[in-house]
Design a protein around this ligand. Structure first.
Ligand code: NAP
Length: 288
C-alpha cells in the first residue's frame, strides 16, 4: 500500500516509516524543521499550510496517512496560538485532505486527554475525557478533527521510548552513562510505550483497515522513577544516581496527570498480541 507519514522525523514517525518500509509498503514522509537533505520520498511540510497539505496529498495519493505531527505539552503551554494552529487546525487540514482522496487517516493521540486520576486509571476507550493541560485540549480537539476523514483511527499512546530519536529514555541513558545524578518524578504514573510496538500497530491498523478509537500503550503502569530504576537495573547503571523528586520540584510548564495509565486490551485483542513490557524492551535495546 501507499502510506504517507506526516512527521516522519519524530520518535514515533521514524519508527513508523521504518516499519512500513520493512513490511513492504511504498512510504513517503514529511518533516518540518529537521535538516533533511536529498532523501527520496521526504517532503518538507507545515501542516498548518492548507495549500501545501492539499498539494502533497493530492500528488502522492496515499491509501493511508499516519499523522504523528504535533507540538509537545510544554511548548503548547508556552505558545497556545501555535499549539492550536498545529495540533488542531493542521490536523483538520490533513484529515480533510485524506477525506478528499478517500485515504484512511490515522491520528496519534495521548493519555493527556484524561484527568489522570488514580481512582479512574487505567483508562479505557469508554472513559470520558477531561484534559489537564492545553496540550491535552488541543489533542482532543485533534481527535474530533480526525473524524472529518471518511475512515479514521485514533491511537492514544503514552511516554513513547526507543533508541531512534531523543526522548525521555535516551536522556536518562545519556546522564547515567556519564555518571550524572538524575532526579526523576515519582508522582507521574503512566503506561510507557516501546516505539517499535506502536509503529507496528499503526501499520497493522492500515493493513487491516481498522477504524475507531484504540488505546495503544505498553502493558505496565509505572512511575517515571520506577521506569528509570528498571532501566538502570537491566542496563547495569549505578542506581544510586537516581533520586525520586516530585512534579512540583521539577516545575514543568504544563500540568501533568498523576496517573494517566491506559488500558490497551482492546488493541491487544485486535492484534492478538500485547506490547512489550519495559524490562523486555530494555533487554532488546541493550543488544542493539
Ligand atoms: N512521545 C510521546 O511520549 C507521546 C506520548 C503521547 C502522544 N504522543 C503523540 O504522538 C505523536 C508523535 O509524537 P513524537 O513524540 O514522535 O513527536 P516529536 O518527536 O516531537 O515529532 C513531531 C514531528 O512532527 C513534525 N512537526 C512539527 N511541527 C510540524 C508542523 N507544523 N507541520 C508538520 N509537521 C510538524 C516534526 O518535524 P521536524 O522534527 O522536522 O520539525 C516531527 O517529525 C504526536 O501526535 C504526539 O502528540 C507522543
Amino acid at each position: 500500500m501507499k502510506i504517507l507519514v506526516i512527521g516522519g522525523t519524530g520518535i514515533v514517525g521514524t519508527h513508523v516509516v521504518d516499519t512500513a518500509i520493512q513490511r513492504g509498503h511504498e512510504v513517503s514522509w514529511t518533516y518540518f524543521s529537521s535538516d533533511v537533505e536529498n532523501i527520496s520520498h521526504a517532503h518538507q511540510l507545515d501542516k498548518t499550510d492548507v495549500g501545501a497539505v492539499n498539494h502533497i496529498i493530492k500528488k502522492i495519493k496515499p491509501n493511508a496517512i499516519i499523522d504523528t505531527a504535533a507540538l509537545k505539552a510544554d511548548a503548547c503551554e508556552v505558545n497556545r496560538a501555535r499549539a492550536w494552529s498545529v495540533n488542531v487546525q493542521g490536523t483538520r487540514n490533513v484529515a480533510a485532505a485524506a477525506d478528499e482522496i478517500d485515504a484512511h487517516y490515522i491520528y496519534i493521540s495521548t493519555d493527556y486527554i484524561f484527568a489522570g486520576d488514580s481512582e479512574e486509571a487505567p483508562y479505557t476507550e469508554e472513559h470520558g475525557v477531561n484534559p489537564v493541560n492545553y496540550y491535552g485540549q488541543t489533542k482532543y480537539a485533534g481527535e474530533v478533527a480526525a473524524m472529518l476523514a471518511s475512515t479514521w483511527t485514533v491511537l492514544r499512546t503514552s511516554v513513547v521510548y526507543g533508541l531512534a530519536k531523543p526522548n525521555f529514555m535516551t536522556w536518562v541513558v545519556q546522564q547515567l552513562r556519564e555518571s550524572k545524578p538524575v532526579g526523576i518524578v515519582d508522582d507521574q504514573v503512566s503506561t510507557p510505550t516501546y516505539a517499535p510496538d506502536l509503529a507496528e500497530a499503526c501499520v497493522k491498523i492500515v493493513e487491516s483497515a481498522t477504524a475507531g478509537i484504540y488505546h495503544a500503550t505498553g502493558p505496565e503502569s509505572l512511575s517515571r522513577y520506577e521506569f528509570t530504576l528498571r532501566l538502570a537495573d537491566v542496563w547495569g547503571f549505578d542506581m544510586t544516581l537516581i533520586d525520586p523528586i516530585s512534579t512540583e520540584e521539577l516545575g514543568q510548564y504544563a500540568l501533568r496527570p498523576s496517573d494517566g495509565s491506559l488500558d490497551s486490551s482492546r488493541l491487544y485483542e485486535l492484534m492478538d498480541s500485547e506490547f512489550t513490557p519495559p524490562d523486555a524492551a530494555f533487554s532488546k535495546m541493550a543488544l542493539e
